[in-house]
Ligand binder design. Sequence first.
Ligand SMILES: Cc1cc2nc3c(=O)[nH]c(=O)nc-3n(C[C@H](O)[C@H](O)[C@H](O)COP(=O)(O)OP(=O)(O)OC[C@H]3O[C@@H](n4cnc5c(N)ncnc54)[C@H](O)[C@@H]3O)c2cc1C
Length: 279
Amino acid sequence: MLEKLLAGRWIAGATIEDGFITAKKVNLNNASAILNYLGEDIEDMDDVDKTVKIYMKLIDGIKNMKIKADISLKPTELGLKIDKKTMRWNYIKIVKHAKENGIFVWLDMEQASFVDDTIRLYRSGLPYKNVGICIQAYLRRSISDLRYLSRIDSTVRLVKGAYSESSKIAFSSWADVTANYSELMEYLFKNFSRFTIATHDSSLIKKAFGLNEKYKRDVTYAMLNGIRNNYAYRLAADGNKVSIYVPFGTAWFKYAFRRLKEEGGARRFVSLLANFRQN
Ligand SMILES: Cc1cc2nc3c(=O)[nH]c(=O)nc-3n(C[C@H](O)[C@H](O)[C@H](O)COP(=O)(O)OP(=O)(O)OC[C@H]3O[C@@H](n4cnc5c(N)ncnc54)[C@H](O)[C@@H]3O)c2cc1C
């Protein structure tokens, strides 16, 4: 009930079946899904094991139901905060199983303190050739990460960035983040053959269309479920490759809070929560 009230717009539902249902709806609109099992900052190994099992089941379901979908994982749901060796083992287990079933595996990017570990983890999956990594335009370091990733033949998903970071390491104004996104996007067009432009910002998407007339790259446009699906589906109807990121699961709180914050709705979130507790 609380989940539906606060997060129902963005999250497919609590169960893996909810994820499949939403992914199928996305497919009916000529777009692909990116399925994510909600969870982050996990500090209990039993929860990590449960997460890995759900991703294995997710891969089987995508394959068996012929759903058009990638999957996307967070390093801290695979054990980054507990034991890096176990995290790597879990990641490779999922990547291998996905590879056997023709499914692509993204790594989400979390807080800045995890970027080096995330890039290292991504590199360990590269030999399987079905992996991609998210890069955040708000981080000042991202241009040098892109330079490195271009040298190791990477698939990148470019986003603005959703966490709170210090201005020492991150651009803080919306205008500066958008300007850096635009520069990094140009870098992608010049130096990468395939990548994902993940934003709801129409001006950046228009700019990407212009760049692609010149560079003719394999570009996918991706958006988060529940934000601008109709716009995404129009892009798909026009013949563009489009993906919708579809989270499911019960650990929705931090994800929903980030979305509300972006909409300037954090205050509304707190008051909704207060009302719910009173009622
Ligand atoms: C596919 C995908 C994967 C992502 N993965 C990650 C990740 O791994 N790590 C990470 O840190 N972040 C990730 N993000 C989130 C991202 O970093 C941003 O926080 C989020 O996308 C908001 O930035 P923006 O560029 O879309 O839009 P902004 O311009 O910053 O807009 C902010 C919000 O305003 C709204 N909005 C903007 N324009 C319009 C419009 N014209 N009409 C209606 N509403 C509008 C939307 O609610 C949007 O979310 C991902 C985003 C996407 C799309």
